[in-house]
Design a protein around this ligand. Structure first.
Ligand SMILES: Cc1cc2nc3c(=O)[nH]c(=O)nc-3n(C[C@H](O)[C@H](O)[C@H](O)COP(=O)(O)OP(=O)(O)OC[C@H]3O[C@@H](n4cnc5c(N)ncnc54)[C@H](O)[C@@H]3O)c2cc1C
Length: 314
């Protein structure tokens, strides 16, 4: 019997540990991890410690390149998946190469979300999800006296701790999502959340839409909101993560709150409609159940959530 080929999309903690588990369960199968970045697997939750100078880049890594070889797992770096064809059981890479699979695991994690009112200023906002983002923070923070944080997704807490540690003046414009996620970490009212941040020396700004950002000759910028303006050196955006799954568009699949499903009803805005006849659709469902697994973001590190306020003080 021909060996089965399992393809894992994504080389974060979820993809890497999925590959090791598969290797144990299927010792003779071909296993390929496709990753759009160059690195071996690392822990994104350690990036704030890297920025704070508490650890070096080498301390981020969970796996070495040798460990893939040792487990007979093929790692294909710098190769983004742009399409999934479920009928033919194949993925298509950015450079048009097609890889066939018998089973596929989607472990692509999330990417930073920028809400619509802030999209026009996307290029002025610095996010924190990847090692590349962390390098940007590292390069910029050496010249920075003040940072404005927008949003407040749960990953804003460790960066707040980092800025506190580096003695950088921090302003925070918390949105409702931020207040909710902070309250979940340490059950507290909105007023209490704000009081605790105030206790850390963080200035809280009223939630408002950015009207304009004007660069200054000294490298800082003035951020104009509806009723007030602030002068800062850097703006961080922490509006949470959204699944990184644009390549599913056209596959007939979608991810809804971390669950993989066939797309019911009319197609979503950014996705193309499928025109398969009903008999193909039930075949589609069978293939889906037997060949595709989706690991939701946070799968790799579920036990480490949530961080909490006492962490910020440490
Ligand atoms: C600052 C910060 C703090 C955090 N703190 C915690 C914490 O305390 N606890 C916790 O549980 N989690 C925390 N997280 C979240 C953490 O990122 C996730 O829990 C963890 O990384 C999820 O692992 P993953 O493998 O699912 O996804 P990821 O680590 O995001 O890995 C996904 C991989 O897929 C690759 N990929 C994406 N799209 C494609 C494509 N089309 N083709 C090929 N490859 C692709 C990406 O390049 C990436 O390498 C934190 C995150 C950050 C940024």
């Amino acid at each position: 019997m021909a060996e089965r080929h399992y393809v894992i999309i994504g080389n974060g903690p979820a993809g890497y540990y999925a590959a090791l588990t598969l290797r144990q369960k299927a010792p003779f199968a071909r296993i390929t991890i496709v990753s759009k970045t160059w690195e071996s697997c690392y822990s994104p939750h350690k990036l704030p410690a890297l920025i704070a100078g508490k650890i070096g880049e080498k301390d981020l890594y969970i796996s070495s390149f040798e460990s893939y070889q040792a487990n007979n797992i093929k790692l294909r770096c710098c190769q983004a998946v742009v399409e999934l064809n479920l009928e033919n059981r194949e993925i298509i890479l950015e450079h048009k190469e097609v890889i066939r699979f018998d089973g596929c695991i989607i472990a692509v994690g999330g990417m930073p979300h920028i809400p619509e009112p802030f999209l026009a200023f996307k290029d002025d906002l610095v996010t924190l999800k990847s090692l590349e983002d962390a390098r940007t923070w590292l390069a910029r923070l050496s010249d920075v006296d003040s940072v404005l944080l927008l949003g407040g997704g749960i990953t804003a807490l460790p960066i707040l701790k980092t800025l506190h540690h580096l003695d950088i003046k921090t302003m925070f414009m918390l949105d409702q999502h931020g207040v909710r996620s902070f309250s979940r970490c340490a059950p507290a009212s909105e007023a209490d959340v704000k009081k605790r941040l105030d206790g850390l020396g963080v200035k809280i700004l009223e939630y408002s839409k950015i009207q304009d950002i004007v660069a200054q000759s000294n490298g800082s910028c003035v951020v104009h909101f509806a009723d007030f303006s602030v002068d800062v050196d850097m703006i961080g955006a922490f509006f949470g993560l959204v699944p990184n799954v644009s390549f599913l568009s056209g596959s007939g699949l979608r991810i809804d709150q971390g669950n993989l499903s066939r797309r019911p009803g009319p197609p979503a805005q950014t996705q193309v409609p499928h025109s398969r006849p009903p008999e193909h659709r039930s075949r589609h469902r069978r293939i889906l159940q037997s060949t595709i697994t989706c690991l939701p973001p946070f799968f790799g590190m579920r036990d480490r959530y949530p961080p909490n306020f006492s962490d910020v003080n440490r």
